[in-house]
Structures are given as structure tokens and as C-alpha cells.
Design a protein around this ligand. Structure first.
Ligand SMILES: [Zn+2]
Length: 367
């Protein structure tokens, strides 16, 4: 359903390109999603046809805002796959075999006549959480997403860190056990092997097999042996020792990587999102304990480890921030976009009592 409110103005479109559904919305300068909708990712005759539908849907959204939008500033798109950010090319798209080297940025720009920026979906969500979610008001914020895979995005010094070939932030592939099980990336003992959904389910199945988890075993039986992270949490809530132990180990494994990240980057905040983060209350105590034990004391004390705040809106909001960020890089300091991103920082800083206003980095910026 399309929904809309608010005054007439220019908006920025954020597009969250998922493997099965594409969520898109119009975002105002204060991060509010003023209109949004969903279209299916699959079932189109060609990438071109899908881009055409995407462009048309954005035009439709612009029309349903009341009063009508006066224009479209830009579009920011997060895709699950391999992206050449500088050229807006999607090399590969997870789940969609026909997408090979699609110039998504150019195809959309030709149709909408505004800047269209493409980046990795986790980077986009990291930008969204940093600007308007749980990372708001910080200069250095690490975002982690826990789900099928374990992804990360780094905002350092108020900028998304992409690295020389665009792959910075792969926190899920920090190695926590040198001779550990093989990871999909080819290395051994990556964090993702242990606390990606498959790894968590493997731990739970082991607990059932060892016969120490009667409640989890019963729940698994009722689900025809198909355990899920939600069911493990349910067993933990019923007091199942094995289920609690699974989450305790998830927190410990995650804590090792978070501790290393804290030592490496000294971030102000670590934001944790993704489906697995719903088990926050179960893995958080051992995560915190591990960080206190393993990280340097001063940076461990300085960091806040918090759950993500934007939920399913993160990709849309982050898409808009991506478009502004690009605008800022292209336009240089003092451009409109720079003011907007800084504005988001200033608003939250004011809300926190202005503690960061005197930061030397607040003056120079980096463009
Ligand atoms: Zn790996």
C-alpha cells in the first residue's frame, strides 16, 4: 500500500533491493519516510524491465504525496551483491541469476534524470542507522547485521569507509578460530561460520542430540525437526539450558570480533541489527562480558553497544543518506547535501546536550 502525508517539497528516494522484494520510499530531509511501497524482485522479463518498473513506481510515489512533491533530489539504492559504487554497476545480485554487470545507476538516471547511487545493502543500512537510527550523533559507528550471513558497515570520522575496492567492513569474516570449519568465503573459522543462522542452528541441533535440552527437543519435534532462531529463543525463555547455552556462545563468539573491532577502531557506538538481533536479551550478557574481558579497557568503556533502531525502514532511509552522501562527495563542502548530513548530526547532538559540538573534527569535515 502506498501511504503519504506532509507538505510539498523535494524528496530523495531510498531503494532497498532485496532478493525477493524491493522496498522503496521517499525520504524527507529529516529522515522521515513520507511514502513507501514494495515491488517484487523476481518475475520480470529483463533487468531493464525491472528498472523501468522501479522508475515508474518512484514517479507514482512522487504523485501520491499530498500536496505533490516538487521534485526528486536523487535515488540511493542498496543491493545484496557485488557493486562497483563509482560506476553504479551491479556485478552480481544474490538470488537473481540474470543480473550480471547491470549498470543500474545509469539505467535509472536515464529514466529519472537525477543522481542515482548504488552501494552494497549493508553499507546503506549502516548509513541509515548512523544518520537517523541507533548510531545518530556519533562520528565513529560500527554497524553489524546478524542473519544468514554476518555483515558490517563502518562509518568513521563521519564517512562511510569503503576501502580501495569497496569491500571494507566484512566483519563477519574476521577469523576467530584458525583451524575452524570452512566458511563460504573459502577461509576457515570466520565469525559467520559460527553465528550465521546455519551455525546457530547447528549448535542447537548438537544440544538436542546431546540430550541436555528437553524443552528445545520437544519444540524441535513439534516443528518437524526444523529449528529456527525464534524457536531457540522460545526454548531459552522456557528455561532450556541448552538453548540458553547456544545464545551464550553466540554472544561469546560475537564478543571476540567486537572486542577486536573496538581495539582496532575505537568506535563510539556498535550498532547490531538483522533478524538474529531479536535474540538480543539472550546473547547480550555474554557479548558484553567478552568485550569487557578481551578489549582494551578505555575503548571498551567508551563504546556503547546498542540494538539497531530503524528496523525494516533502515534500507530506505539509508538509501536517501547514500544519495546525499554522494552529492556531498561530488558537490564538495558547503553543498546542500553536506548541510543535510551535518544537520542530522547536529539535531541528534543537540538532543544529547551538545557534547560533540566542540569536536575538532566538527569544524573541518571531510569532503
Ligand atoms: Zn569467511
Amino acid at each position: 500500500m502506498m501511504t503519504a502525508t506532509r507538505r510539498a517539497t523535494e524528496y530523495t528516494a531510498g531503494v532497498d533491493f532485496g532478493g525477493t522484494a524491493i522496498k522503496l520510499g521517499l525520504v524527507a530531509d529529516d529522515g522521515e519516510v513520507v511514502a513507501d511501497t514494495t515491488i517484487p524482485t523476481l518475475g520480470h522479463s529483463s533487468p531493464d524491465a525491472l528498472v523501468e518498473l522501479l522508475a515508474q513506481t518512484i514517479r507514482d510515489l512522487l504523485r501520491v504525496t499530498r500536496p505533490a512533491a516538487t521534485g526528486l533530489r536523487g535515488v540511493g539504492i542498496g543491493v545484496p551483491g557485488l557493486v562497483d559504487v563509482s560506476r553504479g554497476i551491479v556485478h552480481e545480485l544474490v538470488n537473481v541469476s540474470r543480473w550480471k554487470d547491470v549498470p543500474l545507476g545509469r539505467l535509472l538516471r536515464e529514466r529519472l534524470r537525477c543522481p542515482c547511487v548504488v552501494d552494497n545493502d549493508v553499507n546503506v543500512i549502516a548509513l541509515g542507522e548512523w544518520s537517523f537510527g541507533a548510531g545518530q550523533g556519533t562520528w565513529d559507528s560500527v554497524y553489524l547485521t546478524l542473519g544468514t550471513g554476518v555483515g558490517g558497515g563502518l562509518v568513521l570520522n563521519g564517512m562511510l569507509l569503503r576501502g580501495v575496492s569497496g569491500s571494507a567492513g566484512e566483519i563477519g569474516h574476521t577469523i576467530i578460530q584458525p583451524d575452524g570449519p570452512k566458511c563460504a568465503c573459502g577461509a576457515r573459522g570466520c565469525l559467520e561460520v559460527f553465528i550465521g543462522t546455519a551455525g546457530i542452528l547447528r549448535m542447537a541441533e548438537d544440544a538436542v542430540r546431546r540430550g541436555k535440552s528437553s524443552k528445545l527437543a520437544k519444540i524441535a519435534q513439534e516443528a518437524d525437526g526444523q529449528l529456527t532462531p525464534e524457536l531457540i529463543s522460545r526454548a531459552a525463555a522456557l528455561g532450556d539450558v541448552g538453548a540458553k547455552d547456544v545464545w551464550e556462545r553466540v554472544g561469546r563468539y560475537l564478543g571476540l570480533t567486537v572486542a577486536s573491532t573496538i581495539n582496532l577502531l575505537n568506535p563510539e557506538r556498535v550498532v547490531i541489527g538483522g533478524g538474529i538481533a531479536r535474540a538480543w536479551r539472550w546473547f547480550m550478557p555474554s557479548l558484553r562480558r567478552t568485550v569487557q574481558e578481551q578489549a582494551f579497557k578505555i575503548p571498551a568503556k567508551a563504546v556503547d553497544i546498542v540494538p539497531a533502531a530503524l528496523g525494516t525502514r533502515a534500507g530506505i532511509v539509508g538509501g536517501a543518506v547514500l544519495a546525499w552522501e554522494q552529492d556531498r562527495r561530488v558537490g564538495g563542502r558547503g553543498s546542500g547535501a553536506d548541510g543535510r548530513v551535518r544537520g542530522a548530526l547536529d539535531t541528534s547532538r543537540a538532543a544529547r546536550g551538545g557534547g560533540m559540538a566542540s569536536s575538532p573534527r566538527a569544524e573541518g569535515g571531510r569532503t
